[in-house]
Design a protein around this ligand. Structure first.
Ligand SMILES: [Zn+2]
Length: 161
């Protein structure tokens, strides 16, 4: 699987629900986990591999890989936290992003089993970042305007180089 980058308009589109959780989507999830490992990332969403489907995978240190299909964010904490984020689709760019400290999410796993979980710390961070991808939102959109402009200028400079 190839990971698409910022120039690709797919990253700006809203993903469609997965209709059937079948062998095909299971295979997709496996391939996404492989691509995530190859890219040495912690999360990867459908649009990042050219698939406008509501699926993302998360694998943080000390945890097993997790697959989220048709996820819903049920609630987020009022408390927010600032943490440095990057994105496999925006290589080499890191910036502090403010997000809720914890999140409650409902989704289906690759076996078609529904689950509901509360996540905190890095896991909450990655879930919120990946969920944004399904809505066509990137972490750079969540930066202040001056900060985003600096980041975009950096990306542009690199593309010209
Ligand atoms: Zn990302």
């Amino acid at each position: 699987m190839e990971i698409v980058t910022l120039e690709n308009d797919l990253l700006r589109q809203k993903s469609e629900p997965v209709k059937d959780i079948d062998g095909e989507i299971q295979k997709t999830a496996e391939e996404m986990i492989e691509a995530l490992h190859e890219g040495k990332g912690v999360g990867l969403a459908g649009p990042q591999v050219g698939l406008l489907k509501r699926i993302f995978v998360v694998h943080i240190e000390g945890d097993a890989p997790r697959v989220f299909i048709n996820p819903s964010i049920i609630g987020t904490s009022q408390e927010t936290i600032k943490y440095e984020e990057g994105c496999l689709s925006i290589p080499g760019v890191w910036a502090d992003v403010i997000r809720p400290k914890s999140v409650r999410v409902q989704a289906w796993n690759e076996k078609g089993r529904p689950f509901n979980m509360e996540a905190d710390g890095i896991l909450a961070r990655v879930i919120l970042h990946e969920y944004d991808h399904l809505e066509g939102v990137l972490f750079i959109d969540r930066l202040s305007v001056p900060k985003r402009n600096r980041v975009l200028a950096k990306i542009e400079k690199r593309q010209k180089a």
